[in-house]
Design a protein around this ligand. Sequence first.
Ligand code: 5GP
Ligand code: MN
Length: 345
Amino acid sequence: MLTKVIEQSKIDSLGRWMERSDNFVIIAHVAPDGDAIGSSLGLWHYLTALGKNAHVIVPNAFPDFLKWMPGSREIVLYDRHRDFADRLMRQAEVICCLDFNALNRIETMSASVKAARAKKILIDHHLYPEDFCQIVMSYPAISSTSELIFRLICRMSDFDNITREAAECIYTGMMTDTGGFTYNSNNREIYFIISELLSKGIDKDDIYRKVYNTYSESRLRLMGHVLTQMTVYPECRASLITLTKNEQEQFKYVRGDSEGFVNIPLSIKNVVLSCFLREDTERPLIKASLRSVGTFPCNQLAAEYFNGGGHLNASGGEFYGTLAEARAVWEEALAKFKPLLHENL
Ligand code: 5GP
Ligand code: MN
């Protein structure tokens, strides 16, 4: 049995919307990750199984290692099909906002979402959701939005309408947002849910291989290169890895190739905070990714120094300047957080 995480009044409200609505749009955050795509497609499969007319729209492309996911070819990329996507949002009766908590996380889509007359529901696990949806299902203690989709469907008494395809998508999101169940994964109910997903016929070992073991040779060489250049700050229990545009060209970088790099330095004994700074190829900015172990709040560091946020142990942001300047800001942040990093044994 699962704990009733979602309040009954919210389930009831959504139930009433579902009874009266046929046209649904599901949206997720920019640079969608496994949980954004997994939760969106999980919900999309469910709504489709109920006979609803549903579309998934995301701001821009998602990595190749998610392209095997059933339904992924139906996803509308806003930066490529803006007019079509805007029309879908204008016609939608319900817009489901998944895996993000603030309109700036959907970037160019935010104006259309704001303007849409559709009723809006937020289903998410990031702290401090903004107030732009009538129903807000925000549960930061839950490790993935995909898990919330599973819980939601079960609370609608509709476990039977979870297809194997939906189960594969939900599992993928749960797996990727916990690093293959290696962090944020101590809630035993996660394993009950996995067991239920297995009953739908998913092959979890195959999903792991498809997500984590299908990279190119150049990606592996890039990983080696980035790690060779790593800086470790033993006195701060921290590490930094960087990636310039030049290096991206040299190693034939494609979107998603640096996914997971930021976690690797945490495998060094006594490193509790890892930072990855990457020159963005599309916009003139530096993308920052931060990961921590234990109680160190990397979302606080991301908010104070990199215009970002996220979870306690996994957060990110952006820096508007050069890589050298971003590095200097990172080192300034380290100096400030040094006492806290020492505490974090
Ligand atoms: P990643 O490092 O994988 O890009 O992002 C990890 C987490 O940090 C995301 O799930 C999201 O919660 C948060 N995050 C990443 N980039 C940003 C950003 O630019 N702004 C905010 N507010 N959060 C971010
Ligand atoms: Mn997520």
